[in-house]
Ligand binder design. Structure first.
Ligand SMILES: NC(=O)c1ccc[n+]([C@@H]2O[C@H](COP(=O)([O-])OP(=O)(O)OC[C@H]3O[C@@H](n4cnc5c(N)ncnc54)[C@H](OP(=O)(O)O)[C@@H]3O)[C@@H](O)[C@H]2O)c1
Length: 251
């Protein structure tokens, strides 16, 4: 049995990833604020084990106890691999720096950067001695490499997550049973996050119109296809420790 922990499994890309994981050899552990009952029904129909853990990842002090609940359901003697997909994320606040609320900036960094860092810490600690396959896939963005006017928080959080991925990857190279970590930009996907981007004002985000056009000209990737490609990478022999990649360069 492969155990896969997916944050933000309830909608968007996370739901696409979870959909691609549904099979009888997988046990999916979904961490979000809300569950997805359609996915639960599909999982049951496919004989796939799936457990929902309610957690607001902005409350970073609850991450350790949530992961302890997950770990109770992962038994070493029946485990063929453990995987963590750090997918949950937010785009807001959007706007030039002087218009941003510090509380919103704080919330953003807790969800997009600190939560994945703490989740990886729990994962690495728990499975330190396990000889099974251990992988962490962090969902990054092209915004980690390219500065966007009005997206200072999002770009900074994703760039930070990429660097964290690379740092922990170097640490893991020195241990007997390493966890492998990768960061991947998933492309531009038709999710609520894109709806939020299109719903900003041109003052908040000067490139808003470009994202409206991407939607209108059918250039957004479906969460189902993006999820399928990411799951392929997660289990692939091409999963290279410490690498940051763009899924569009892979598939
Ligand atoms: N969409 C794109 O074009 C695009 C492009 C590049 C990268 N990405 C990245 O892909 C990932 C998924 O984005 P998406 O587009 O699928 O966004 P989305 O449709 O808005 O979904 C976000 C997911 O994150 C969860 N989440 C948000 N805040 C949370 C919190 N405080 N605690 C726990 N879970 C929380 C949500 O679950 P609940 O609401 O149930 O908590 C939901 O499942 C993000 O990391 C994003 O940065 C997206």
């Amino acid at each position: 049995m492969k155990h896969i922990i997916v944050t933000g499994h309830s909608k968007g890309l996370g739901a696409g990833i979870t959909m691609a994981l549904l099979n009888e050899n997988h046990y999916i552990h979904g961490i979000s604020r809300t569950d997805n009952t359609d996915l639960q029904k599909l999982a049951a129909a496919k004989g796939c084990k799936m457990q929902f853990y309610s957690c607001d990842l902005s409350h970073t002090d609850t991450i350790e106890s949530t992961m302890q609940l997950v770990f109770k359901n992962i038994k070493q003697d029946e485990c063929e691999g453990v995987y963590l997909v750090n997918n949950a994320g937010v785009i807001h606040p959007i706007g030039t720096l002087e218009t941003l609320d510090p509380m919103q900036m704080d919330l953003h960094m807790r969800i997009n950067l600190l939560a994945p860092m703490y989740l990886i810490r729990e994962f690495v600690k728990q499975f330190n001695d396990w000889k099974t396959e251990k992988r962490v896939l962090n969902i990054s963005s092209g915004a980690a490499l390219n500065p966007y006017h009005g997206w200072s928080n999002y770009c900074t959080g994703k760039a930070g997550l990429d660097m964290f991925t690379r740092c922990i990857a170097t640490e893991q190279e020195e241990v007997p049973h390493p966890v492998k970590l990768m960061g991947v930009a998933p492309g531009i996907i038709d999710t609520e996050m894109q709806t939020t981007i299109r719903g900003t004002t041109d003052e908040q985000f000067i490139h808003r119109q470009k994202f409206v056009e991407l939607k209108e000209t059918g250039q957004l990737i479906s969460p189902t296809l993006a999820g399928k490609n990411l799951v392929e990478l997660l289990f692939s022999a091409d999963f290279k420790n410490g690498e940051i990649t763009d899924i569009r360069d892979q598939y």
